[in-house]
Design a protein around this ligand. Structure first.
Ligand SMILES: Cc1cc2nc3c(=O)[nH]c(=O)nc-3n(C[C@H](O)[C@H](O)[C@H](O)COP(=O)(O)O)c2cc1C
Length: 367
């Protein structure tokens, strides 16, 4: 019996029919105002049906949280009707639809924000060469962002999604509050590790409250995080262990570690005996399901990851092979497409905008 084919039920009652989910991947297909396009619906629908859930690419919760052109938006009620079409397209044949919600913080620029300066926890630019100096948010602005995460969740419920995933990974705003690199505040939102956790705690509380106060049933809330940063100062693996220890005792439905390689070990010399996923699972000790990710491309990878993680997320391989799950369970792994050529692009519903982006991000997967 393969572990990947076993269903899993979350705390709030939602059941995934198996343990393979599509990792959140931005493909830059939305309209300029974040509204879902037909191309986007065709792209997601093609990958739905067999796998347990699809987590969408990041959707911004307020206008100055937009990270790039073509990004999904969940910052305005006008987006709800097309989000509803996206949710129901994903739900074809029982795949659950999870909307990833986020704010880019300092990981954007004033051209994307139509002349406005990016905002963050503190006025410290990202280490990326293109980083602009962001404006430090006021206390009131921080409360407004938290409220906008709650409003975005209400829109996801109205649109018929099965859940939201809080994007606390990959250097975006939630992570910026937790990181000593980007958060040098001295008020209630910064200072010690515990105070840098305050923003996460309040976003999680606000979002789970919206869900629990609503009429909706079985709607789940997940949290994605990055376990390490490579800047000095930055988030270290011990900080990630603190983070999961806190989050495992909240009413979240799952945690999702963001990794490039599911077999990666922590950077810290004192943590070299196990993989990051193994250390995290040990700390969580069964309190909450954990999703692992990163170069899971074969059945063997998925089963190996699922010896410690509860769910395996697959990203790039589902771009080139939308039928990955069916090919695996029917012993047709030799037919899995590992590379995309420009010839397959249209058939795979990867639009022009997405293709340019993918060339930058996936040179090794393109023929
Ligand atoms: C084109 C592309 C877009 C991505 N966009 C997002 C995103 O919107 N949100 C997110 O949390 N991670 C994003 N990621 C990271 C993936 O979710 C995943 O963690 C990573 O690709 C490793 O998994 P894989 O080796 O199976 O692709 C993106 C990755 C790719 C390749």
């Amino acid at each position: 019996m393969m572990k990947m084919t076993e269903p899993i039920t979350f705390r709030r009652g939602l059941t995934l029919k198996n343990r393979i989910v599509m990792a959140p991947m931005t493909v830059k297909m939305s309209f300029y105002d974040g509204i879902v396009t037909d191309d986007e619906i065709a792209y997601y629908q093609m990958r739905a049906g067999a796998i347990g859930a699809i987590i969408t690419g990041a959707a911004n919760v307020q206008p100055n949280g937009k990270g790039w052109e073509g990004e999904l938006g969940v910052d305005d009620d006008k987006q709800i009707p097309r989000l509803a079409k996206l949710a129901s397209a994903i739900q074809t044949n029982g795949t659950k639809a999870i909307l990833q919600i986020f704010h880019a913080g300092r990981m954007t620029d004033s051209s994307v924000l139509r002349g406005k300066t990016p905002v963050s926890a503190s006025a410290v630019p990202t280490h990326k060469e293109w980083g602009e100096v962001p404006r430090e948010m006021s206390h009131e602005e921080i409360l407004a962002v938290i409220d906008n995460y709650a409003k975005a969740t209400r829109r996801a419920i109205q649109a018929g999604f099965d859940g939201v995933e809080l994007h606390g990974a990959n250097l975006y705003l939630i992570q910026q509050f937790f990181s000593p690199h980007s958060n040098i505040r001295e008020d209630m939102w910064g200072g010690s590790l515990e105070k840098r956790y305050t923003f996460i705690d309040q976003v999680v509380s606000a979002v789970t409250k919206v869900v629990d106060d609503s009429e909706v049933e079985n709607f789940i809330v997940g949290f994605r995080f990055s376990p390490e940063e490579f800047t000095e100062p930055g988030i270290r693996f011990t900080d990630a262990l603190y983070l999961v220890d806190q989050l495992a005792d909240t009413s979240l439905d799952y945690l999702h570690v963001s990794l490039r390689d599911y077999q990666k070990k922590p950077e810290l010399p004192a943590y070299q005996e196990k993989t990051i996923v193994e250390y995290l699972a040990e700390k969580i000790a069964g309190r909450i399901p954990l999703i692992g990710v990163g170069e899971v491309t074969t059945q063997e990878d998925a089963e190996k990851l699922l010896t410690t993680a509860d769910i395996a997320a697959l990203g790039k391989i589902l771009l080139s092979e939308p039928n990955w799950y069916n090919k695996v369970i029917h012993q047709q792994e030799d037919l899995i497409r590992h590379k995309i050529s420009s010839y397959d692009r249209e058939e795979l519903h990867i639009s022009n905008g997405a293709w340019g982006f993918l060339i930058d991000r996936m040179a090794d997967r393109i023929d």
